[in-house]
Design a binder for this molecule. Sequence first.
Ligand code: CP
Ligand code: NVA
Length: 319
Amino acid sequence: MICLVGLFVYLLMQLKHFLQFNDFGREEFEYLFERSRWLKQAFKQYRQYWPLVDRTLAMIFDKNSTRTRLSFEAGMNQLGGTAIYLSTRDTQLGRGEPAEDSARVISRMVDIIMIRTHEHDLLQRFAEHSRVPVINGLTNEFHPCQIMGDIFTYKEHRGDISGRTVAWIGDVNNMCNTWLQAAEIFDFKVHVSTPPGYEIEPVQIGLTGTSHYEKFSNPHEAVRGADLVTTDVWTSMGFEAETEQRKADFAEFCVDSKMMALAKDDALFMHCLPAHRGEEVAGEVIDGHQSVVWDEAENRLHTQKALMEYLLLGKIEES
Ligand code: CP
Ligand code: NVA
């Protein structure tokens, strides 16, 4: 009887994807953070929790990854399911099979799909033709799973991020864009400091207003009084041809201890990793006492387990 009710609820559930941070509302994130906390505790206590037995995750990678692959694969295994790694290097996706056809086929064989690729448009087209939930594991434009882990990490260390100030220093990339979307949902402010020629594009990012960010040409001014200072590589995956030019353009945008000293005394430092010490961040900062980068990396596991559980089973009343 319970199984039949569960099946009925499942069939009624609308197909949900997580392609951009603003696909979810605040209440959904608060639920996911509560589940993440519960799942993290269960994991630490070696408590078996297998709600996704017989479910399969397909992970499609068009770019390199350590954290995203590991956290999704380990996460699915820990929930009782199975994960399959597909690289565009050795599947028909890399030989020009359309995203639409691939989505139709792959989504008939698995229960949930994660994709890391270049243009967000491809992910969007894939999701439109998928029968099962699709998760953005990073595109050129957005990295929503990382920001979900980061805000959960902030919450663990400092509580609610609402009303706080996040200083973003460096490139306007997938991480910066996603922080900007998150600021509108959680009602915090982003101080964005980027070199000339690397300005944010609010319309393309899908921002609804201008009240949740402020632009600074001087990174030191952006960091002043911030609760959280964060940065990322100067050259993201796919833009390697611009590396030398970018090194010159971003030379003044290294987060070092002098810059960190301008933030609040209890400010945190975050970086999604992998990092380049001596470029976007000084070793003394990323390896220093304000850095929470290893917690961020670990929390990818717990928050994505909550995400997969939610996309496949809906809200869990109690476990
Ligand atoms: N932060 C992050 O997404 O890391 P990977 O590129 O190793 O997956
Ligand atoms: N902005 C980086 C993030 C890597 C996790 C990139 O896209 O390469």
